[in-house]
Write a protein that binds this ligand. Structure first.
Ligand code: FES
Length: 482
């Protein structure tokens, strides 16, 4: 029976075999009184605890999760708990964006000799959870549908980029093409208002190359499939960050890739453009000017001003010019220093935890589980080995439930921790328009705050923060259990 008042709660504890499990044992041998709400899972090291274990437990109905390992510097595998500390701290900052109270998750260090400390940790944590009460369940939250308001001030001029040096770029590609397998860019798709990726293999293909606000795809997604071959790529500023991140992770070789860049003046949010256009039979014409695009379809003209119809990510973009390029064309776009909270994240920031849970319940009911978000992501490189498809281990069921679908989004977001460059392809590719980019943006914000402003895909020489550690972490404030 629980020694605490009230109903016993479901608390899951992941304990390192060498220290904390021994500490719990020491407390037991000493007959130290402890609450019985905790269900202990013994793991070889705290470094073995994947943050997804915690999310899975919390989404499956646990009221709280405790991870405990050896004290820093005492890990029996020397650095497992240093890696764990970074991952678990990011997880702690990620949980609230899902609508889960971060006080329901804690990590700490207890040695095998610290039976008394273990008793204190488990009692304090259990008391906290009893004060919070049973965890609200995703399925019980009333579905809530809300749309993010666009931020109408931008850190950079938004335009259509039609005066840029496209002809010079084409000439440079023709010159370089004999050395390359192909050059990836964009071409007109089903009509002049929809562009799709282009693979330039012959000089004639170069004439199909387009530039402008309809070039929404991120061509970096194709680069890993060309690993080992000489290939060229035309990039916008955000695409270049994905290329840099792929280089940081050694998923492509620098000497194999030729990067051509033009300064980006913004891209259109095609979901809103298509919604405004509605169904049409004939697209009569597309006219560009500096401020936007006018699309005439079935005789009706529709105006899309860039300041109103750009993708959310474009308003706060700080890298409209590529951070890395072999050949640059056009005049760089100036950016006003500052920071804008992306609209999707601002929407969630303004909600309470209960509203966020309701929000994700509503959004995940709409999710088709088509995995378009995963397939469009340039940093989702596991492809056929994705854990969401794996049956061994079986991370996810095939149930068509909001819980499974939210868990998939948590997998995607956490696998991109410290890696996501915010290109927004996941959200753009979503056929039902779920603002899933917010999950990645929250992690990117936490990574920036914890690791000295680190932003993914800025420097090919930098090591992503979750691939390293510091013995003393300046910005990770470990919880005091005294
Ligand atoms: Fe205990 Fe690594 S062995 S945390």
């Amino acid at each position: 029976m629980s020694v605490l008042e009230g109903k016993e709660l479901r608390i899951v504890g992941f304990l390192c075999n060498w220290c904390s499990y021994g500490g719990a044992d020491t407390a037991g041998v000493a007959r130290a009184t402890q609450p019985t709400d905790l269900r202990i899972i013994r793991v070889p090291c705290s470094g073995r605890v994947d943050p997804l274990f915690v999310v899975r437990a919390l989404l499956n109905g646990a009221d709280g999760v405790l991870v405990s390992g050896c004290h820093p510097r005492d890990c029996h595998y020397s650095s497992g708990n240093f890696y764990a500390r970074r991952r678990l701290e990011i997880l702690k900052q990620f949980l609230p964006v899902l609508g889960i109270d971060d006080r329901r998750f804690e990590y700490t260090w207890v040695s095998a000799a610290e039976g008394q400390r273990w008793q204190h940790v488990v009692t304090t944590f259990t008391e906290r959870l009893h004060n919070l009460g049973p965890a609200p369940q995703l399925e019980d939250a009333a579905p809530l549908l809300k749309v993010a308001d666009m931020v109408l001030t931008a850190l950079r001029p938004l335009g259509t980029g039609q005066n840029t040096a496209l002809d010079e770029l084409k000439a440079a590609i023709v010159k370089k093409l004999p050395e390359l397998e192909c050059v990836i860019g964009w071409q007109q798709g089903r009509d002049a208002a929809h562009h799709v990726p282009l693979f330039i293999r012959t000089p004639d293909d170069v004439n199909k190359l387009t530039w402008g606000p309809f070039n929404v795809n991120n061509p970096a997604v194709y680069l890993p499939t060309f690993k080992g071959k000489k290939v060229g790529i035309v990039v916008k500023g955000c695409d270049a960050r994905s290329v840099v991140e792929l280089l940081q992770e050694h998923l492509i070789n620098r000497e194999d890739v030729t990067i051509f860049s033009l300064p980006c003046e913004g891209t259109l949010d095609m979901a809103r453009v298509d919604q405004t256009l509605g169904r049409y039979t004939n697209l009569d014409k597309v006219e560009y000017d500096e401020a936007g695009v006018t699309i005439t379809a079935d005789g009706t003209a529709h105006r899309f001003c860039m300041a109103d119809f750009a993708q959310g990510k474009c308003y706060g973009c700080s890298t409209p010019s590529a951070v890395l390029a072999d050949e640059r064309f056009g005049t760089p776009v100036q950016v006003t220093p500052g920071e804008i909270t992306p609209p999707e994240l601002a929407l969630l920031d303004a909600m309470s935890l209960e509203e966020r849970l309701s929000f994700w319940h509503g959004q995940m009911e709409r999710c088709l589980r088509c995995y378009a978000c995963r397939n469009a992501c340039p940093l989702c490189v596991c492809r056929d080995y994705c854990v969401s498809d794996s049956r061994d281990p079986h991370w996810m069921t095939q149930e068509d439930t909001p819980r499974e679908k939210l868990f998939f989004q948590a997998i995607h977001a956490l696998h991109l921790a410290g890696r996501c460059t915010g290109c927004g392809e996941c959200q753009r590719a979503c056929p039902v328009g779920i603002p899933i980019l917010a999950l990645r943006q929250q992690i990117a914000r936490a990574v920036g705050q914890l690791f000295h402003g680190y932003a993914a895909g800025m420097n090919p020489e930098e090591v992503p923060p979750l691939l390293g550690y510091e013995v003393v972490e300046e910005n990770i404030q470990e919880r005091d259990w005294k």
